[in-house]
Design a protein. Structure first.
Ligand SMILES: *Cc1c(COP(=O)(O)O)cnc(C)c1O
Length: 381
C-alpha cells in the first residue's frame, strides 16, 4: 500500500459508534473489569490513550517502521533517545546539527555524563575517526536545518555496523538515529537504509498547520531499544495530549500531498533565487550545484520545502528582507501551510553556526509565482 492511502487510513480508531473521524478521548483513567483486567486496553493517560495509540500506529505505518512513540515535542523525542544512553557514553553529531539538539547535548545531557563530538558528517572518514570505544550513538540530521547539508545515511550506517563487530558489541551496539524532520517520511526512508531510529519534529510537516507541538520516534525493530525508550516515554510522561494527537492525525491525512507541493514550490523558489543578483548562495539539495545533490538524489525521492539563502550583504541587509516581505511571514519554525522567513543567527546567538547574511525559508503552500514575486520585491536592499 502506498503512503497516500496509509496516511488517510492508518490512524483509524475502531469505535462502536463507527466514526469515520476519530473522537477525542479526554479521559485520564479507564474502568477496570472485576478481575482488574483492562477491557478497553488502557489504564491511565500517561502510559497510553486511544488517540495517542492511533497516532503511534499511524506514524509507524507511514514510515514502514516496526513501532513508533509520540512525544510532546521533537526535542522531547530527541531527549528520549539520549536518556536511553548511559553516563559516560559518547555521541557523534554533525557540526551543523540543529541548534536545539546541540543545546540538549551541551547543556542538559552533560549533567547526565554524556560526552559528544561534532564532526563534518559529509566526510565519512571524519565520522569514522571520531568513533571511540565509548561511542554509542551517531546522530545524523539530513538535510540539516538550516544549512541543508546532506549526509550519506547508508554510508554512516555501514561504518556503525563495522564498529559493532570491531568492539564486539552484541546487538546494535552503535546506534544510528536520523533526524528526518526536514526530509520527512515522504521523501526519505532512513530505516530502510539501516538506521535504527528516525526522529521527527511532528510540529513541522507531519502535523503541517503550525498548530501542534509534537515529536516522534520511529523504530526499525520493536526490540529492547524500543522497549527502553517506551519506558522513558511512559514513566517520564513527555507525551502529546489527546487533542494534539488528534490534530496530528488530522494533518497527517493530507501530509503526502502537502509534501509534494512543498517540494515542488521550494524547487521553483530555489531556482529563482539561485539566479537572483542580490543572492550570494542558495542552499537547497534539489539544485545540481548543491554539494550534496548526488547523495540527496540517491536517498531522497524529492528535496523538501526548506531552503536557506545568503544575501549579498550583511546582517542588516538580511533583516531588511525580513521586514519587506508581504506574503512570507517573518517567523520561526517550518513545515506549515504559510511560508516563513527567518534570520537564524539572531535566534542562535553568538555561538550559532549560521552566517550573518543567512535567511532560512520554509516554502509553504501559496502559489510559487506569488512567493517569487514577494521575494523579488523584498530583495531590493
Ligand atoms: C524543530 C526541529 C527540532 C525540534 O523540534 P521541536 O518540536 O521544536 O521540539 C529538531 N530537529 C529539527 C531538524 C527541527 O527542525
Amino acid at each position: 500500500m502506498k503512503i497516500e492511502t496509509k496516511a488517510v487510513h492508518a490512524g483509524h480508531l475502531n469505535e462502536s459508534t463507527r466514526d469515520v473521524t476519530a473522537a477525542i478521548h479526554l479521559s485520564t483513567t479507564f474502568e477496570k473489569a472485576a478481575d482488574g483486567s483492562l477491557p478497553g486496553g488502557h489504564l491511565y493517560a500517561r502510559p497510553s490513550n486511544p488517540n495517542r495509540e492511533a497516532l503511534e500506529r499511524a506514524l509507524a505505518t507511514i514510515e514502514d517502521g516496526a513501532a513508533a512513540l509520540s512525544f510532546s515535542s521533537g526535542s522531547a523525542a530527541t531527549l528520549g533517545v539520549l536518556h536511553a544512553l548511559s553516563p559516560g557514553d559518547h555521541v557523534i553529531a554533525g557540526t551543523d546539527v540543529f541548534y536545539g539538539t546541540l543545546i540538549l547535548l551541551k547543556s542538559l545531557m552533560s549533567n547526565w555524563g554524556l560526552t559528544y563530538s561534532q564532526v563534518n558528517m559529509q566526510d565519512l572518514s571524519a565520522v569514522e575517526q571520531a568513533i571511540t570505544p565509548k561511542t554509542r550513538l551517531i546522530w545524523v540530521e539530513t538535510p540539516s536545518n538550516p544549512l541543508l547539508s546532506v549526509s550519506d545515511i547508508a554510508g554512516i550506517v555501514a561504518i556503525a555496523r563495522k564498529f559493532d563487530l570491531a568492539f564486539n558489541l552484541t546487538t546494535r551496539g552503535l546506534l544510528v538515529a536520523c533526524d528526518n524532520t526536514v526530509a520527512t517520511s515522504m521523501n526519505q526512508r532512513p530505516l530502510q537504509l539501516g538506521a535504527d531510529i528516525t526522529m521527527h519534529s511532528v510540529t513541522k510537516y507531519i502535523s503541517g498547520h503550525s498548530d501542534v507541538l509534537g515529536g516522534a520516534l520511529i523504530f526499525r525493530e520493536a526490540g529492547p531499544l524500543f522497549e527502553k525508550i517506551h519506558a522513558i516515554q511512559r514513566e517520564g510522561g513527555s507525551v502529546p495530549s489527546p487533542f494534539e494527537a488528534w490534530l496530528t492525525l488530522r494533518g497527517m491525512q493530507t501530509f503526502p500531498y502537502r509534501m509534494r507541493a512543498h517540494s515542488e514550490n521550494a524547487q521553483k523558489v530555489a531556482e529563482f533565487l539561485n539566479k537572483h543578483p542580490k543572492v550570494e548562495a542558495v542552499h537547497y539539495p534539489g539544485l545540481p550545484s548543491h554539494p550534496g545533490h548526488q547523495i540527496a538524489a540517491r536517498q531522497m525521492t524529492a528535496f523538501g520545502g526548506l531552503l536557506s539563502i545568503q544575501v549579498k550583504g550583511r546582517q542588516a541587509d538580511a533583516f531588511k528582507v525580513c521586514a519587506a516581505v508581504k506574503i512570507f511571514t517573518h517567523a520561526t519554525s517550518l513545515g506549515g501551510t504559510h511560508s516563513f522567513i527567518e534570520h537564524r543567527k539572531s535566534v542562535e546567538g553568538e555561538n550559532g553556526r549560521s552566517p550573518e547574511n543567512l535567511l532560512r525559508l520554509s516554502v509553504g503552500l501559496e502559489h510559487p509565482d506569488d512567493l517569487m514575486e514577494d521575494l523579488d520585491q523584498a530583495l531590493r536592499f
